[in-house]
Design a protein around this ligand. Sequence first.
Ligand SMILES: CC(C)NC(=O)[C@H](Cc1c[nH]c2ccccc12)NC(=O)[C@H](CCCC/N=C(/NCCC(=O)O)S[C@H]1O[C@H](COP(=O)(O)OP(=O)(O)OC[C@H]2O[C@@H](n3cnc4c(N)ncnc43)[C@H](O)[C@@H]2O)[C@@H](O)[C@H]1O)NC(=O)OCc1ccccc1
Length: 233
Amino acid sequence: MAEIERIVILTGAGISAESGIDTFRSAGGQNGPGLWEQHRVEDVATPDGFARNPDLVLGFYDMRREALAQAEPNPAHSALARLEREFSGDLLLVTQNVDDLHERGGSADVLHMHGELKSALCTSCETRSPWRATMIDRPPCPVCRAPTLRPDVVWFGEMPYQMSRIYQALETCDLFVSIGTSGAVYPAAGFVQEARASGARTLELNLDPSEGSRLFDESRLGPASVLVPEWVE
Ligand SMILES: CC(C)NC(=O)[C@H](Cc1c[nH]c2ccccc12)NC(=O)[C@H](CCCC/N=C(/NCCC(=O)O)S[C@H]1O[C@H](COP(=O)(O)OP(=O)(O)OC[C@H]2O[C@@H](n3cnc4c(N)ncnc43)[C@H](O)[C@@H]2O)[C@@H](O)[C@H]1O)NC(=O)OCc1ccccc1
């Protein structure tokens, strides 16, 4: 098999499921109803929802921060950190997750295309600052003092972060690996096609078949905490 020199990895909520973080559309998996079964997406993950009822949205993300504080990285996160250390080629780790379990698992370079729970974004001066527990009292931006801080996450209808860096890597990668994602949300769900178009091999590691499974050269089904260390080995 041709030497693999450039890898792009895409992760989703499934890689954090065994750490106790709810997925969005859980098929009655190990973590009970998915986030989107408990909350109306348009109410908690859209700019309009935030404008309509900021306290509801801030409460939703506070709840997710509390859950994250109880969670620990699992063997899938640590295996990807080991790959980052030991792989001599180019590796780009893109995650749809807003949790910091990749970093706590030891990964140094993680591209959060949908933002981060522990970050606040000022819509006036565009600066990012750590999210502080007192955000519910809507403190001003620590830089420009404007009262325009919001969760630094990408909501539906908003452009994901660093898309040009991602598309560049997809155009030149030899291998694209998708881990723990249902392939239901775009543009992430379209990355497999981009990688295929540039001749890359494509591999899926997922608990259940995803909406894009047929697009992968190989699809291995099972828990990430088992499949990812096996693959990295
Ligand atoms: C619902 C869907 C149809 N809608 C979209 O895709 C929309 C609209 C859209 C755009 N293009 C389209 C084309 C066609 C149709 C619709 C669209 N997309 C957007 O609005 C995007 C923005 C989308 C981002 C929204 N923000 C999130 N998150 C941050 C906030 C927050 O977290 O609160 S999305 C959020 O939901 C998605 C959830 O998916 P998964 O992570 O896959 O989780 P899920 O629960 O679904 O699945 C879990 C999987 O894990 C597996 N699993 C479970 N346990 C395990 C286990 N133990 N081991 C292994 N696997 C496991 C399961 O089997 C399952 O398959 C993630 O992306 C996650 O980040 N923005 C945009 O398009 O901007 C304009 C644009 C874009 C590009 C260029 C120009 C303009």
